[in-house]
Design a protein around this ligand. Structure first.
Ligand code: NAD
Length: 384
């Protein structure tokens, strides 16, 4: 009897209600095609809407316990937050603060121009852009150190303290070198321009001391990876070069807030935020979520592109496959990735962000149907 993987599904706000069911649909068909066993718990409600519709008493379904979060093999969640409620809700949404408590220090955010998607950059074709923004996920802006200082009932100071540690820098930089070495989560290993495995170190050294430490740590770690080309870019310049010569980049590692901003820019570079998958990965836990937010401007219309969350749950399967040494989950990730490319290439079903007229559900159905037809070529079906 093969192992049963426990997957915790959380909904969230805005378009989360529309895209999370598509991710579950895809997981269920992948489970059947690739012959593994998932126990999908949920999807449970959490987030701003949950607070508001439950008398402001709780931020998530009571079934989502701390114990469940820690024992899950993988978690995925829809985006959370509604602009009108920012700063007005009584407490945290979940019993634990996922990023620091699960210590998911590497936020992997691929940026790939896929077949059938028009580039916003003139003349770029599918395959020309295929890099990863690797965002440090527990330090700098995410340390959460700071506060407000008031005088005479007026808030006078808003203070944020960015902290970066040698351990925090070292482990995400190593993760970056390994991603560049393996080509994991990319269409193809190496930078599209020259095929070289390359890790670009981004920061604002010369100005920010935490980034000096980031760069110095990068130099030390680089010695362990002679087969990966080193590269340095001030983060402001990188936001220019990523647009001017995106094909030069393979993996770019950066402190937290830079990664937040550069991955949204990369959403545009790959054609839509709705294509931007993302995985929060640590040594013991992972959770998947799209790069984007709850998209209140289109929520409720049933037109959000679910690719972002579908790719994210695929990445989650890949991470679990590595952790549990289960090739079926890794094959399922590749199958999901290929299915997305097939639907985009055919171009018959596409959501409005990609100039189409189809719904979130129609796109999810199309991806699921392709995964269903991957049966004959799937070498893992006969596995116990
Ligand atoms: P957003 O990422 O939600 O939206 C930016 C733009 O991208 C919008 O035009 C939106 O329509 C579009 N977009 C996003 N996802 C899409 C999809 N799947 N398909 C098609 N188009 C898509 O950013 P925002 O509007 O600044 O933020 C809205 C809310 O989301 C805020 O409350 C913010 O705090 C929250 N947020 C949550 C997360 C998260 O939960 N991880 C991340 C970012 C923002």
């Amino acid at each position: 009897m093969s192992r049963r993987y426990k997957i915790l599904a959380l909904i969230g706000d805005g378009i989360a209600e529309e895209i999370v069911p598509e991710a579950i649909k895809v997981l269920k068909v992948a489970e059947k095609t690739y012959g593994f066993n998932l126990e999908i718990l949920g999807p449970y409600g959490f987030g701003a809407k949950y607070w508001v519709t439950h008398g402001m008493e709780m931020g998530c379904d009571p079934a989502v316990t701390e114990e469940l979060i820690f024992e899950a093999d993988g978690i995925f969640k829809g985006p959370v937050g509604l602009p009108e409620w920012i700063g007005k809700l009584p407490g945290p949404n979940l019993p634990v603060n996922l990023r620091p408590d699960l210590d998911v220090y590497a936020n992997i955010r691929p940026c790939r121009l896929r077949p059938g998607v028009d580039s916003v950059l003139v003349g770029r074709q599918a395959g020309d852009i295929d890099y990863i923004v690797l965002r440090e996920n527990t330090e700098q802006m995410y340390v959460g150190a700071g506060g407000f200082v008031s005088r005479a009932m007026e808030t006078e100071i808003g203070l944020d303290v960015f902290v970066q540690t040698r351990k925090g820098c070292e482990r995400v930089i190593k993760y970056g070198f390994e991603l560049a070495q393996t080509g994991e989560y990319k269409g193809k290993r190496g930078a599209p321009a020259d095929g070289k495995s390359r890790l670009t170190c981004c920061g604002k050294w010369g100005r920010c001391r935490g980034d000096e430490l980031f760069k110095e740590t990068y130099k030390e770690v680089a010695e362990e990876y002679p087969d990966v080309e080193t590269d340095y870019a001030w983060i402001d310049a990188w936001s220019y070069w990523a647009i001017m010569k995106p094909d030069f980049y393979d993996v770019a590692v950066m402190p937290n807030q830079y990664g937040d901003i550069m991955s949204d820019m990369s959403g545009a570079i790959q054609g839509s935020m709705g294509l931007a998958g993302s995985l929060n990965a640590g040594d013991d836990h992972c959770y998947a979520e799209a790069t984007h937010g709850s998209a209140p401007d289109i929520a409720g219309e049933g037109i959000a592109n679910p690719t972002s969350i579908i790719l994210s749950v695929g990445m989650m399967l890949n991470w679990i496959g590595d952790k549990r040494d289960d090739a079926r989950l890794k094959a399922a990730y590749r199958g999901i990735d290929t299915a997305i490319d097939t639907v985009l290439t055919e171009g018959k079903i596409r959501t409005p962000d990609l100039k189409g007229i189809n719904s979130t559900t129609q796109f999810g159905n199309a991806v699921a149907e392709i995964i269903n037809t991957q049966n004959e070529s799937n070498p893992f079906l006969s596995s116990p």
